[in-house]
Design a binder for this molecule. Structure first.
Ligand SMILES: Nc1ncnc2c1ncn2[C@@H]1O[C@H](COP(=O)(O)OP(=O)(O)O)[C@@H](O)[C@H]1O
Ligand SMILES: [Mg+2]
Length: 222
């Protein structure tokens, strides 16, 4: 089983939600892997460029994976990958090859996108093209904040237009001061005909095991 994690924006909560999903599936007895194929905004650690999101996914996997497998495209500059990657552009087929190997290494593979659904990753492809190439169901992370209804509807429509199944969506609450959260979520539920898999409350700092307890995805025992 695999999922592609997208969000309504950059900073929408994709990484936190992915880690919570990994902890949730682990608690259900599944082995998990998280991949962040394309990341910009990386720092040099022990001589290699590494990204905090990818490190978190690497740490939370059930099996050890080399960093370059988790994050094959790591760019220093914190800008869109199609700009940061000039000179070493993203090769979608290469990501697909790595992903296919990872599918054999755990029960569930989560692939976190970069930015939002139509964020460009090289001169020709965007995140939707990458997800289509992997051919897996999509989970949409919605940051519940002012403007989220428009962002979520646009993203959901675009996922549908891509032909991929949306297996569900998660509401995450990165804004402690946001009022009328429940009404916003209800409005979105009326529009999105994929299941709401969880409402992740505001937390600072994060306790991913607590966030995982707010997820509800029917997991079949094997
Ligand atoms: N449940 C939450 N509670 C509080 N803050 C959150 C929550 N989820 C996300 N955030 C905040 O939003 C930031 C961006 O989340 P992240 O998962 O890294 O987004 P993305 O991966 O979509 O860029 C986090 O660093 C954190 O500060
Ligand atoms: Mg992220």
């Amino acid at each position: 089983m695999s999922f592609f994690i997208t969000g309504t924006d950059t900073g929408a909560g994709k990484t936190w939600a992915t880690v919570a999903l990994m902890r949730y599936f682990k608690a259900q007895g599944k082995t998990v892997i998280g991949m962040k194929p394309v990341a910009s905004g990386c720092n040099e650690i022990d001589g290699d460029l590494k990204n905090q999101d990818a490190l978190l996914l690497q740490e939370n996997a059930s099996v050890y994976l080399p960093y370059a497998t988790v994050n094959p495209y790591a760019y220093r500059e914190p800008v869109s990958p199609h700009l940061a990657g000039v000179g070493n552009p993203v090769d979608v087929d290469n990501i697909r090859r790595i992903f296919l190997q990872l599918q054999n290494a755990a029960d569930v593979v989560f692939v976190e996108g970069a930015g939002g659904w139509l964020a460009p990753i090289n001169a020709h492809c965007d995140i939707a093209d990458l997800a289509r190439s992997l051919g897996v169901p999509v989970l949409m992370v919605v940051a519940i904040r002012l403007g989220c209804i428009n962002h979520a509807k646009l993203t959901y429509r675009a996922i549908q237009a891509s032909g991929l199944a949306c297996a569900g969506w998660l509401a995450v609450c990165p804004d402690a001061k946001m009022t009328r959260k429940d009404e916003n979520i209800e409005t979105l539920q009326a529009f999105i005909d994929a299941p709401l898999l969880g409402v992740l409350p505001f937390q600072a700092p994060a306790d991913f095991d607590v966030l995982a307890r707010h997820i509800n995805y029917p997991v079949k025992s094997s």
